[in-house]
Design a protein around this ligand. Structure first.
Ligand SMILES: NC(=O)C1=CN([C@@H]2O[C@H](COP(=O)(O)OP(=O)(O)OC[C@H]3O[C@@H](n4cnc5c(N)ncnc54)[C@H](O)[C@@H]3O)[C@@H](O)[C@H]2O)C=CC1
Ligand SMILES: O=C(O)C(=O)Cc1ccc(O)cc1
Length: 363
């Protein structure tokens, strides 16, 4: 029997739990510091057992996965180091920053337990176990940041466990991770929040800003709806990297100011051209090392008949849909529908058709 203890069964912890629960010889335990959350985890069936005792969860675990906000990771590691963990127990985390938690683990005596940092590079602006999905990490990158002296057998065991997420596991140095993820994830979150707040302040004087904000503005600012506590911790933790990135960002925005001051249309055109070229070369999620699936995701309102409507829209155009899965659907909250196709051609046709019909389709 493999016992996995998940500390903090929210969006990410819950999604990992859903990938593991029910697998042969697997027991998934959820830990929360609140009794009401423990009851919720059990009611939703995301774990086999839940407890408010850290020690109880930790001491029977072969794997401990810390899925709490980044600001709590160190205190959890320190407490784990005082427990009587199973020899060979593998502790990992899912925090969006990796250098500080790695340094903390290095400074502790974990006995015969091993720490290997991790970061699944997928998620959403939603939070809590209600938003968890067993498909969230499928085909996404999942970074592991083992120290050089981490036993290779432990890294292999962790990879084997995480293979249930169907993510594409890659090994990256923890400091390099924070620099790269700072640029591609943390900086965009700051920009989205700053942009929304800028428009919010204009809107105080004229409500038309809010009414007219659509399409592009919603796309670029989706991540501004992310959990404030989770993101407070990430930004504060990666502050050194982020301060440099913000300086570079200010240079980029001043280039735009210069181009506008000089009415330099050619340079503006060139900026859009180079950006479009780089972006078009970026791999899509389904093009990972892992076997490709031909899936897309559609944000759908929870209205009666919506699934039938989408299915018949595709059927009418003779687009061959091989599977459909509702990832989350609650009253008044948009759900996500995963549509699977047997080949690229059907997928491309479906994206074209649904986008033309006004659906929000992503890969
Ligand atoms: N949101 C995202 O898309 C991604 C988040 N992450 C990382 O995953 C971790 C968790 O984030 P989410 O799942 O998004 O957040 P979440 O808010 O959905 O889940 C966090 C969970 O931890 C619990 N929690 C909070 N403080 C706690 C404490 N002091 N003790 C015990 N439990 C506590 C909450 O009740 C909740 O169940 C963070 O470290 C974040 O950086 C990693 C990849 C993607
Ligand atoms: O919703 C999105 O696009 C995200 O950027 C999700 C996300 C949030 C935090 C991470 O550490 C990794 C991924």
């Amino acid at each position: 029997m493999t016992t996995v203890a998940i500390f903090g069964v929210g969006l990410i912890g819950g999604s990992i739990a859903l990938c593991l629960k029910g697998k042969p010889d697997m027991k998934v335990i959820g830990y929360s510091n609140r009794q009401s959350s423990v009851e919720k985890y059990m009611q939703r069936g995301v774990v086999d057992y839940a407890t408010t005792s850290k020690r109880e969860a930790a001491e029977q675990a072969d794997f401990i996965i810390l899925c709490v906000p980044v600001g709590n990771l160190e205190e959890y590691l320190i407490e784990l180091s005082t427990f009587n963990l199973k020899p060979g127990c593998i502790i990992t985390d899912v925090g969006s920053t990796k250098a500080s938690v790695a340094a903390c683990a290095r400074s502790l005596d974990l006995g015969e337990a091993v720490f290997i940092g991790g970061h699944p590079m997928a998620g959403s602006e939603r939070s809590g176990v209600e938003a968890a999905s067993g498909y969230l990490l499928e085909n996404a990158y999942y970074v592991l940041t083992p120290d050089d002296d981490a036993p290779p057998v432990a890294v292999e065991k962790l990879k084997e466990l995480l293979s249930h997420t169907k993510a594409n596991i890659v090994i990256v140095d923890s400091v390099e991770h924070d620099e790269i993820v700072g640029a591609i994830s943390h900086l965009p979150h700051m920009i989205a929040v700053a942009l929304v707040n800028q428009v919010r302040s204009y809107n105080e004087g004229n409500g038309l800003y809010e009414s007219l904000a659509a399409g592009g503005f919603r796309d670029i600012t989706r991540i501004a709806s992310s959990d404030p506590v989770v993101w407070r911790d990430i930004l504060v933790n990666n502050r050194g990297v982020l301060l440099q990135l913000l300086r570079d960002w200010s240079m980029e925005t001043s280039k735009f100011a210069d181009m506008l001051e000089q009415s330099d249309g050619d340079s503006i055109e060139e900026a859009f051209r180079t950006a479009r070229e780089f972006r078009s070369k970026m791999p899509e999620r389904r093009k990972g090392i892992i076997h490709s699936t031909f899936d897309c995701y559609v944000d759908v309102p929870d209205t009666p008949g919506i699934i039938g409507k989408i299915a018949s829209e595709l059927g009418n155009k003779r687009i061959n849909l091989s599977n459909m899965h509702i990832i989350e659907s609650r009253e008044d909250v948009p759900g996500i529908l995963r549509l699977s196709f047997r080949d690229q051609e059907n997928l491309d046709q479906a994206i074209e058709q649904l986008t033309a019909s006004g659906y929000d389709v992503h890969l």
